[in-house]
Design a protein around this ligand. Sequence first.
Ligand SMILES: Nc1ncnc2c1ncn2[C@@H]1O[C@H](COP(=O)(O)OP(=O)(O)OP(=O)(O)O)[C@@H](O)[C@H]1O
Ligand SMILES: [Mg+2]
Length: 383
Amino acid sequence: MYAQTVFPTEAHDGTRIARLSLSHFRNYRDVRLELNGPSVVLTGANGSGKTNLLEAISLLVPGRGLRRAPLAEMQHHAREGHWAVAVELDTPHGPLRIGTGRDPEAAEGDRRVIHIDGRNAKSQQTLGDHVAMAWITPDMDRVLAEGPSARRKLLDRLVYSFDPAHAGRVQRYEKALRERLRLLREGIADTMWLAALEDEMAQTGVAVAAARRHMLRQLQSAIAATEGVFPKADLALRGMAEEFLETQAALLVEDRLRAALARTRGDDAQNGTCAIGPHRSDLLVTHRAKQCPADLCSTGEQKALLIAIMLAYVRILAEARNMKPLFLLDDIAAHLDSARRAALFEELRALGVQAWLTGTDAAQFHPLLPHAQHFTVDQGRIV
Ligand SMILES: Nc1ncnc2c1ncn2[C@@H]1O[C@H](COP(=O)(O)OP(=O)(O)OP(=O)(O)O)[C@@H](O)[C@H]1O
Ligand SMILES: [Mg+2]
């Protein structure tokens, strides 16, 4: 059954999902949706399957989706046969079919298969060539209030969409970091081995820091270029490599990081941690109008700052990739007052992206409903 509002298919320069089907995915057995509007609102009771549906969509870009869940977890408990998600996209270059699911032929372990226009894609990275996406989930609500790790990960995730090699660099850096710590903890004083690991950390670490700085600058200029109800966020990066890169060439910063790591071996061995490097960096966010660090802002202000950052990101994505992204906003109305909600809906309409919004109560979406397709989710069924 489809939503009551049917929109004429209009010209647009974005990527939109025109058809979506899920099978055996979490609490969905078989679901098909036909979409022809710019935005989609999903409402329903707690546990009905709203986030599950957004999670399925989030598998259309490289990565493990918005919950970062293992493939087996997404399998419907009570259904035989592997889960699958398939979409027909309406893109500026024409229609495109993408399908992904658990590989039924994987002999052992779990593997995902990806089909793009009927052809097997060799790697997940190929998805990034066709779809751009951003999301805001309730998990991210605490990102501005808690420690640096979540903010660093958020920033790294934003970088991935522009620079797919970033994920590999972060992984290589972290692998060398763990290995160095293991040697130090176990008292293996193999200086050649340690130096090789520190060299890897210096090279990949400085590349990671440089990519973060580039992303930060883009976000800053996108924030500077917009006016609206959402508070402006001042962003800064705190981290040794990131700060050195302000004034020095990357090769020099690599040398400094390499030397600093060699110098701190003794302390790191004693403390069992690695005290310096891009794995310690933080993204500092300040509410500009209030001159207040984000962690001291109210819950609603933090949400508004996060939305402002993500709106800036969506603008950058749309411009840089020349392709408007899909934008998933899970449980978005929580913590926003009615003025901010209305402002958000206005912004989404102005951006012209296909936004997928979820909430428990349709009334929260009142100003958007005349312009969106509205579905009610009920225990893994869409009505
Ligand atoms: N693999 C699975 N198989 C079957 N059901 C699952 C599976 N994984 C999760 N579920 C069920 O999906 C439901 C949660 O769905 P989801 O998180 O999408 O809810 P929601 O509509 O977003 O709710 P809320 O409003 O609380 O955020 C739970 O009832 C959970 O038991
Ligand atoms: Mg949910």
